[in-house]
Design a protein around this ligand. Sequence first.
Ligand code: PMV
Length: 308
Amino acid sequence: MKQATGKTHGKVILIGEHSVVYNQPCIALPFLDTTVTAIVTESKQHQILDCDFYQGNVQEMPELMEGLQSAIHATLQKLNQSNTPFHMSIKSTIPIERGMGSSAAVAGAAILGLYHFFEAPLSDNELFNLIQVSEKVTHGNPSGIDALTTTHQTAFYFQKEKEPIAFNIQLDADLIIADTGMMGKTKEAVSSIVKHLDLKETKTAIQTLGILTKQAKKAIIHHNAIELGNIMNKAHQQLQILNVSSKELDTLVHIANKNGALGSKLTGGGKGGCMITLCHPSKTHQIKTALEKQAAKVWSMSLKGELI
Ligand code: PMV
């Protein structure tokens, strides 16, 4: 039986979430320990989707999955296969609505699976634009950082409407990611900032996050993990001013820093979801153990040079 696979992964925004929506830069990295796999096979009739949240006809997907549905429709249209039956099974290990790029990664895997199934070429740009079809429905005004990072195995220095720069991260440090277990609210967080955009406080926080991201880039170039940690702490304060943190995120940030982290902040849309913490590898075990007492899940990755 004909079968094709589309594979993507999670992402972590190191710095610059939210301000990236307003043309400031951000730095994001792939998180390869979490993945999405879409397997497309032949079907006699109907276009069928099979995933944890829905089993049924693509045309009848629930409203919550409207983003993915729009991306599948747009992809089939581009492929001139709008009425061709197929069966798609999607398996994901990225927790949903946690700021780890789940919606973009799921759409990306589905699009790649369909392109591979119909044996059609797909450029990076086309893939990006098709994922953005889904992201626009899901998030409203997506910067595109999730679409990019969930489909590439490199870190990126990213600015809207500019060519993304693949970024070399090599630090004597680990990055710990901790999930509060609470659903993040990216759409709500993004639109709450829009509502307060004319406030001086909001404008200043967005600009400051842009400056901090440029400083973070320099710290990474100079392999200075201590400086990067300080910058991450400052970024978290700005995200608090923008009102996109939460009690649970602040608690995890506090726990990590108290246990010897170099710096910590929320990652992604916020108002729930995940936080990240940078630490010297000798501290990873202690910080992870402390976070595990409060968090729903804790991961870690080395920044010693696997990412280019
Ligand atoms: O919560 P996530 O993983 O979708 O990350 C969103 C990042 C934001 O900067 C808040 C929004 C965006 O589109 O860049």
